[in-house]
Design a protein around this ligand. Sequence first.
Ligand code: 6PG
Length: 245
Amino acid sequence: MSEIEIHPDLDSLAHAAAEHIVHLAAEAVAARGQVTIGLPGGSTPRTLFALLADSPWAKRIDWARVHVFWGDERCVPPDHPDSNYRLAHETLLRHVPVSTEQIHRIPAELLPAEAARAYERTLRDFFADDDLSLPQPRFDLLLLGLGDDGHTASLFPGTAALAETTRWVVENYVPRLDAWRITLTAPAINAAAHVIFLVSGAGKAPALRAVLRGPRQPDVYPAQLIQPSAGHLRWLVDRAAATLL
Ligand code: 6PG
């Protein structure tokens, strides 16, 4: 099941996302005493992160119960300008009362294969406990972005990661960027209880139309792989990105 919300602009999109996060976090904490949230990379989430770091939103989340993960990471150190961790830390995490034990960073300063294995171990230790047969991690909420080429997380068109069906995390070489990335796999993302895409800007309109309205060709538009098997999918888009829908 998926829903599409069209908001006037990025600011109102971020407010709507913050409202969903507050609601889903309260629901998860009431049910399980904690909430697991995977953050996206890129620039779109910056507005949302700043909102969540400020009142009234910061006070509406029980941060002591929040566990923070990432959907993907660039293969750079955590203090690198391109680091998804650094963006979240600077705009949100250092402003709210979360402990380092609640922040599960992708160790992307390691060699790509080592970083992927290490992050998958982190996820298995956290989600599987003693249930080592757990097929995939069940995040309460995964926030995702959409690239203008239809990628999401670091699942880029034509890359090896798209074919992964059992691993939770892989290293993925992206020829277009001539760079390695660490990413959750589509099965790992699809196991989440809630997935919310944040899509803003006219530059995303063709990809958004192709993903949502075009023929199914996930190798070309990897965001089409995201179909939560037992979860809820929501697209928060602004008018500029929705012009071709
Ligand atoms: C990354 C992301 C990536 C991002 C999209 C959209 O590491 O870059 O996780 O999937 O969400 O590329 O990026 P923008 O928000 O910058 O448009």
